[in-house]
Design a protein around this ligand. Structure first.
Ligand code: UT7
Length: 319
């Protein structure tokens, strides 16, 4: 199977504080902090998703010591790349100078774990040696900036990982339950003069409370399942990299699993929810801060639109 050889991240420069949001919608720093844990988020102004995905990809390649020409596959998880076609993965391929198959996957916030699972299949079939995964969303361009119940939650950015042959993937699980009512972002454009349905605006709709209930249950259930599948116990987990959507979801998962809270890596205060970018940004920051030690057992878990979940357990074998 595979090992993670290197990681990278890229976020836009602009830092939007809770106070700035309070000038746009009826909200305040105290509500956002206590209900979500978010203090600020990054928002794209001059940066394009192409610039950010390429930056994250190059950072991961450099960290892994892998040249673009060595790559056998590029997977980009995103809800909305620069174009409908070519895929964002093909755009990344061109920009970094790789020459392997490349495609996108959309599993909303669970995209990074979905991409890892797809890569695992390629390794099982012995089709690849080096794989690049880039997970990036640019939610600010589909956020309803007049809706205080959602616009305070999200931010832009993403991360990347380079995989090589190894045996560090100990378990991985994906789920999906077709649900287009609690979390949905319509396409927003239809140029056909023949189409008879009304065009919907491309903005994010979310029934926060419903997603919250789903998320709290999913975090605990899916982490437990992957740890059991790996033949381990929850005590064996050294670090949890959870989807960064709301600090209360992370705190509740820690309590429900009886895993010490300090084992959960958390950076939601700085980035908000960056969708599929969230887990790989957190993984990169945990790795580069020296928190992850060689031999550590890491559980990762994400949930989001679909409704999807992805969880996995890996051994960290990087020095
Ligand atoms: O990646 C997956 C995506 N999504 C998620 O993970 C989101 C999961 N859900 C959540 O994190 C939480 O449900 C939210 C943070 C979205 C909402 O927190 P909550 O504690 O469930 O608040 P609520 O929706 O029950 O709203 C409580 C009150 C309401 O006022 P009333 O009806 O009690 O008077 C809201 O209108 O807070 C009000 N409210 C706000 N007040 C100030 C909602 N948004 C805001 C706001 N500022 N931004």
């Amino acid at each position: 199977m595979f090992s993670i050889l290197g990681t990278g991240k890229a976020v836009p420069d602009y830092v939007m504080t809770n106070d700035e949001l309070s000038t746009m919608v009826e909200t305040n720093d105290e509500w956002i902090r206590t209900r979500t844990g978010i203090e600020e988020r990054r928002i794209c102004k001059s940066e394009t998703i192409t610039e950010l995905t390429v930056k994250a990809a190059n950072a991961a390649l450099e960290n892994a010591g892998v040249a673009p020409e060595e790559l056998d596959l590029i997977i980009c998880s995103t809800m909305r790349g620069e174009n409908l076609t070519p895929s964002q993965a093909c755009v990344i391929q061109k920009e970094i100078g790789a020459s392997c198959p490349a495609f996108d996957v959309n599993a909303a916030c669970s995209g990074f774990i979905y991409a890892l699972d797809i890569a695992a299949g390629y390794y099982a079939r012995k089709k690849v040696k080096k794989v690049l995964i880039v997970s990036m969303d640019n939610l600010s361009n589909i956020t309803d900036w007049t809706d205080r119940s959602t616009c305070v939650l999200f931010g832009d950015g993403g991360g990347a990982a380079v995989l090589g042959e190894g045996d560090d993937l100990l378990a991985i699980n994906l789920t999906a339950e077709g649900n287009d009512t609690v979390l949905r972002i319509p396409h927003g454009t239809n140029s056909s003069p023949f189409y008879e349905h009304e065009e919907e605006k491309a903005v994010l709709f979310m029934a926060g409370n419903e997603v919250y209930k789903f998320a709290v249950n999913a975090m605990a259930t899916q982490i437990k399942k992957s740890v059991e599948d790996a033949g381990l116990t929850l005590d064996d987990v050294d670090c949890v990299i959870p989807h960064q959507a709301n600090i209360r979801i992370i705190n509740t998962a820690a309590k429900n699993l009886a895993i010490p809270r300090e084992k959960f890596f958390c950076n939601v205060q700085h980035y908000g929810n960056t969708s599929s970018g969230s887990v790989p940004i957190a993984l990169d920051e945990a790795a580069r801060s020296g928190l992850l030690k060689k031999g550590d057992i890491i559980a990762m878990c994400a949930f989001g639109g679909g409704l999807t979940t992805g969880s996995c357990v890996i051994r960290w074998s990087k020095d």
